[in-house]
Design a protein around this ligand. Structure first.
Ligand code: ADP
Ligand code: MG
Length: 247
């Protein structure tokens, strides 16, 4: 269900440079509550940077970014709280290597949200069950497959009760046989009403779960459309060229 009230994420007139490189150009991008947006585009087009600005892993030079109607502050406790509203899952899992699966999932809620340990553990077990790795709760990340580790990373992000989940190429580092289990977990999440921004070239996921596909090239949003329209009838030469290479 897409709700059209306050956007969950609103980027307006966003510009970002890395030195001379104009990496985000005139970005106007809104995501409605419950909407699932897939971001695709060539390597280096700014997809990761776009995601990283939404939870302030990167600053912006011009424009504004709001999450659920609140402007992202530059720093401080407020920033930590707002950042906790934005869950992020990376290509490289980024689990804490020396903590168990259960500890990976409870750490954030205990430290950032002030949740009691017993409550955090109860919730973590539920989330691990939901993503299908409950049996691994006492293990270290290295004892898990890549697909299992990525599902733990998803559970860890969900444990913070985020308002929006960002996924930056979550299956790119996985062996082919593990891609499906992670995508299925993401599809479940999408069906459950989570607001999601997903950088991926997995067209099956886009067709199944996305409300909208956003195509980036050279730091700009060049085109956006429903997955059906975008894949069968891309408008811009750059999108046609890109799809010609990956499909
Ligand atoms: P994508 O995720 O679409 O591949 P990125 O957002 O990672 O693209 O990168 C966009 C451009 O910004 C690329 O040219 C990349 O080399 C450059 N870039 C990314 N991060 C940095 C950084 N920390 N410092 C300088 N340049 C960067
Ligand atoms: Mg990237």
């Amino acid at each position: 269900m897409v709700d059209t009230a306050t956007p969950m994420v609103a980027m307006r007139g966003v510009q970002k440079w890395f030195g001379e490189l104009h990496v985000l150009r005139d970005i106007d991008f809104e995501v409605a509550p419950g909407e699932v947006v897939v971001v695709i585009g060539p390597s280096g087009s700014g997809k990761s940077t776009l995601c990283r600005t939404i939870n302030r892993l990167e600053t912006i030079d011009e424009g504004t970014i709001e999450v659920d109607g609140k402007k992202l502050p530059a720093e401080g406790k407020q920033l930590a709280e707002l950042r906790a509203d934005v869950g992020m899952v990376f290509q490289s899992f980024n689990l804490f290597a020396h903590k168990t699966v259960l500890e990976n999932v409870t750490l954030g809620p205990i430290k950032v949200r002030g949740v009691k340990k017993a409550d955090a553990e109860k919730r973590a077990h539920e989330l691990l069950e939901r993503v299908g790795v409950e049996a691994q709760a006492g293990k270290l990340p290295a004892q898990l497959s890549g697909g299992q580790q990525q599902r733990v990373a998803i559970a860890r992000a969900l444990a913070m009760d985020p308002k929006v989940m960002l996924f930056d190429e979550p299956t790119s580092a996985l062996d082919p046989e593990m891609i499906k289990e992670v995508l299925d977990t993401m599809i479940d999440l999408a069906k459950g009403g989570m607001t999601m921004i997903v950088v991926t070239h997995e067209m099956g996921f886009a067709r199944t779960a996305a409300d909208r596909v956003v195509f980036m090239s050279d730091g700009r949003i060049v085109e956006e459309n429903t997955p059906e329209e975008f894949f069968t009838n891309p408008q811009s030469d750059r999108a046609k060229d890109f799809l010609g290479k990956i499909l």
